[in-house]
Ligand binder design. Structure first.
Ligand code: 5GP
Length: 218
């Protein structure tokens, strides 16, 4: 859904932000499973790899020095320090995807979102995922059980800062029910793909219809 096969278009940068535990990772995974035209932006991070994570699939895991070299040589489109670690978006894969009409999904924080908006406003669509309540956010972090109690408490504190930036986003999803939120996310993507400014050869396409209509004029 959301594709018009005979009209080529520039890809969309779809940014999803939320505090940890609001359901963003699941929404991301579902979107990647269901939408062939959407690729995930794989960030670089200095954070330690979690047991469930794979190098090159979830993140590019680098040490601080390697990260600084990438950042200082302009290889990153944006970067930020989150929970005491560095995170950043490699530039090259994004530019390649967009110009070939592929959409790119970003799981980045409010600081990275601001930088992308500053640099590429016309390409960027931003979505903030809110939990249904503070209690539910805490419960979800505890259920995940991958992090220690200290890490969970730290993430709850960080949630305050992340959530305080909700106004800077184009769309808000209150994630009460994952299926419902996913359907809404797909609706956002579908509508954004249909925007006139995204369609590269719509001028030619619409012009041809107008030209062809001339043959019916009396
Ligand atoms: P986690 O350590 O739980 O994977 O991610 C922590 C936070 O860092 C999340 O809010 C995530 O959105 C953010 N993050 C992940 N990658 C990037 C990135 O490349 N840039 C920025 N600015 N934030 C990121």
């Amino acid at each position: 859904m959301g594709e018009q096969p005979d009209i080529s278009r520039r890809g969309i940068m779809l940014v999803l932000s939320s505090p940890s535990g609001a359901g963003k990772t699941t929404l991301t995974r579902n979107l990647l499973d269901q939408e062939q035209k959407v690729a995930l932006s794989i960030s670089v991070t200095t954070r330690a790899r979690r047991a469930s994570e794979i190098e090159g699939v979830h993140y590019l895991f680098r040490n601080k020095r390697q990260f600084e070299v990438m950042r200082d040589s302009g290889e990153l489109l944006e970067w930020a320090e989150v929970h005491g670690n560095y995170y950043g978006t490699p530039r090259e894969p994004i530019e390649a995807a967009l110009s070939s009409g592929r959409d790119v999904l970003f799981d980045i924080d409010w600081q990275g979102t601001r930088q992308l908006l500053d640099k590429m406003r016309d390409d960027v669509v931003t979505v903030f995922v809110l939990p249904p309540s503070a209690d539910e956010l805490k419960a979800r972090l505890e259920r995940r059980a991958e992090d220690s109690a200290a890490v969970i408490s730290h993430r709850l504190q960080n949630a305050v800062e992340e959530i305080s930036h909700w106004r800077e986003y184009d769309y808000i999803l209150v994630n009460r029910d994952l299926n419902e939120s996913f359907a809404r996310l797909q609706a956002i993507l579908t509508a954004e793909r249909l925007k006139r400014v995204k369609m590269l050869d719509i001028e030619t396409f619409a012009g041809k219809i107008l030209d062809d209509l001339k043959k019916f004029s009396p």
